[in-house]
Design a protein around this ligand. Structure first.
Ligand SMILES: [Zn+2]
Length: 170
């Protein structure tokens, strides 16, 4: 009987993970919070749902929206007792973004985070070779360290002359 109980719990939690795929990043609506890799854990007990997330970086205004969206989505699906908490450590890195997420980001016209880059500082960031999401050229230059939002930087491709957002490493 214990085993059966466990199975029920796994199913309930898997259901929540599935629902969370419908919660999008307000800044990049093609990405779900699962693609972003910010959901750390999902726990259900009785009628309570506990979701733990790690902000893409502290002070990112999108996080408040994301927390609200998670709550609204779960309410919509009939869950009432919802606890959303944040884990600040370990800090989120772009490595947590799924391959699917990076692919979607590129298809959306935003250069995905450079997978080779393990850390970044202001100096490194300026020298970083960012690939153009349209023509794949590395011949790009930074226009502004802040793009359409603080989480992105604005770049220009010197080959196809298009400006594009780059999803910054934090
Ligand atoms: Zn280009």
């Amino acid at each position: 009987m214990v085993e059966e109980q466990t199975n029920i719990n796994v199913t309930a939690e898997q259901k929540i993970w599935k629902i969370l795929e419908e919660v999008k990043d307000p800044e990049v609506p093609v990405l779900s919070i699962i693609d972003l890799g910010i959901v750390r854990s999902v726990n259900t007990s009785n009628d309570q749902v506990a979701v733990n997330i790690t902000p893409t970086y502290s002070g990112c205004p999108a996080m408040d929206v994301i927390q609200m969206d998670i709550r609204l989505k779960l309410l919509e699906k009939g869950y009432k007792n919802i606890i959303i908490s944040q884990s600040l450590s370990p800090a989120w890195t772009t490595d947590w973004m799924t391959e699917e997420g990076k692919r979607k980001l590129k298809a959306y016209g935003i250069a995905p985070p450079n997978p080779k880059q393990q850390f970044c500082s202001t100096e490194m960031f300026q020298q970083e070779a960012v690939q153009c999401p349209r023509c794949n050229s590395f011949h790009t230059e930074v226009i502004s360290r802040f793009g359409s939002t603080a989480c992105k930087a604005l770049y220009r491709c010197l080959d196809c002359k298009e400006a594009f957002d780059y999803f910054k490493c934090h």
